[in-house]
Design a protein around this ligand. Structure first.
Ligand SMILES: *[C@@H]1O[C@H](CO)[C@@H](O)[C@H](O)[C@H]1NC(C)=O
Ligand SMILES: *[C@@H]1O[C@H](CO)[C@@H](O)[C@H](O)[C@H]1NC(C)=O
Length: 443
């Protein structure tokens, strides 16, 4: 009887520690609301950076309005970065890209690195090819979770005379280690190209090549590393080609959500079949980005009048539309944004329009637009109000959560961002060059 009692108590304690994020061990400060389910098969939970399960929550005491304005300002830098991405040499892989700007990552997944496994919440980025981690002894890394390579029996350096080292831009050989420097937003990192087993959910990927950060300056380095889902030579897609066949899908949870059912599903198995698809286009000037053909936008049932040139895909200039998980609010080039915004304003009649930071179409009365639809070649992506309107929790202001692309950028790049993708299944089917989108409540 006594031992049964003890067993019960033990089980309860175990359940308690599972439910309260015990799996993340030292990385987490215990949060009562956090319950992050296990990653099963080839499916990983996707957490929003400000979710209760995230140890990387930005420490802000700011108001909702200030947060919205700040996120839009950070987005601006991200959109500038995406627009400036031009690969110098087509065959060279950007583990170390050129200059770039990045912010606090928006979505995180759990990745186990090394043997025995050390767990990290890495930032998900569909517009990057790289994977890198802050490593033990790192000078200036922002987080406290560092990868202890000396405690992993499967860890190896990557020698200079390897194809992987040659694929890294501007790599330098130091004592036969392949090292590189990289500018990252306001930060610079120095890293050593390394190899170890990483495990995504229950899938081990032995000998995975990533950058081990030895030195960082500035504050824009994601605290527990970056996992790029772009499609260049050293990306996750190419390194797991045999297992996942360059196929993945995700459903991003709303950033207002306190549940954690967002998912990243890797590989062709168990992907949805019945959905609309649009061709995935490849732009040689920005080879890691996922381009699609946006052909129109509907406000309610009305197709707004957008000059076709504003949406046209052009592989010589890099103009067109990309799907990105790292930008928060969709950006449209000026003529497209103005057409959408004007139709919104027309529908709102005489209600007084106000602004909030970079958002110029806000109202203090309820907005009556039922839906917004991005029309892609072969596929319509229709969004409910929650995906295109921002409501303040403290005041009664509501804004159209789409903005014009920064006008200092001449790229003609439209970016379909994460807020608009929330509660949709987005399937990247690279072998068949197609992208599928279907509504799916996941938050
Ligand atoms: C990185 O920068 C440091 C100086 O900040 C320099 O000593 C080192 O050689 C650089 N490494 C590479 C790979 O460029
Ligand atoms: C998308 O919507 C437009 C306008 O309502 C319609 O004409 C078109 O057939 C739809 N496309 C698909 C693939 O359903």
């Amino acid at each position: 009887m006594k031992s049964l009692c003890l067993t019960l108590i033990f089980l309860l304690l175990q359940l308690h520690s599972l439910a309260y994020g015990g799996r993340l061990g030292q990385h987490t400060t215990t949060q009562p609301e956090c319950s992050l389910p296990k990653d099963e098969g080839s499916t990983l939970r996707v957490i929003h950076v400000s979710s209760p399960c995230s140890p990387l929550k930005p420490k802000t005491s700011e108001s909702w309005e200030e947060n919205v304005i700040q996120m839009l300002a950070q987005d601006q830098a991200r959109v500038n970065y995406l627009s400036s991405l031009v690969s110098a040499k087509k065959s060279v892989a950007p583990v170390a890209w050129g200059r770039q700007i990045m912010q606090t990552p928006t979505y995180l997944v759990r990745v186990n690195v090394g043997t025995p496994a050390q767990t990290f919440l890495m930032a998900l980025d569909t517009s990057s090819d790289a994977a890198w981690l802050p490593c033990n002894g790192c000078l200036g890394c922002p987080g406290t979770s560092l990868f202890a390579s000396d405690r992993s029996v499967s860890f190896k350096g990557v020698a200079c005379a390897t194809s992987q080292c040659h694929q890294v831009l501007n790599s330098v050989c130091v004592l036969n280690s392949c090292t590189f420097n990289q500018t990252y937003g306001g930060s610079t990192i120095a890293a050593t190209l390394s190899q170890d087993t990483i495990a995504l959910a229950q899938d081990p990927l032995p000998g995975y090549v990533f950058g081990c950060i030895t030195k960082a300056t500035g504050t824009s380095v994601p605290a527990q590393g970056l996992l790029g889902l772009g499609r260049g030579p050293l990306s996750l897609l190419s390194q797991s080609q045999n297992l996942y066949k360059s196929t993945f899908s995700y459903c991003l949870p709303s950033f207002k959500s306190s549940s954690f059912s967002g998912q990243l599903r890797l590989g062709p198995i168990a992907q949805p079949q019945k959905m609309q698809f649009t061709p995935l286009l490849k732009n040689p000037r920005r080879s890691s980005l996922y381009y699609v053909n946006l052909i129109g936008i509907k406000v309610g049932r009305k197709v707004v009048d957008i000059p076709p040139a504003a949406l046209a895909f052009d592989s010589t200039t890099g103009a067109g539309t990309v799907i990105d998980s790292g930008t928060v609010y969709t950006r449209l080039v000026q003529p497209a944004y103005i057409a959408v915004r004007d139709e919104f304003r027309r529908r709102m009649g005489r209600a007084t329009v106000t602004s909030l930071g970079g958002f110029d179409t806000c109202y203090n009365v309820p907005i009556k637009i039922p839906s917004l639809t991005f029309m892609f070649q072969g596929m319509n992506m229709s969004m409910a109000q929650d995906s295109f309107l921002l409501h303040s929790s403290s005041s009664s202001i509501t804004c159209l959560a789409i903005a014009a692309a920064p006008d200092n950028v001449n790229s003609g790049l439209n970016v379909i961002a994460s807020m608009q993708q929330q509660n949709h299944r987005v399937l990247f089917d690279v072998p068949n060059s197609r992208l599928g989108i279907a509504r799916e409540p996941c938050s």
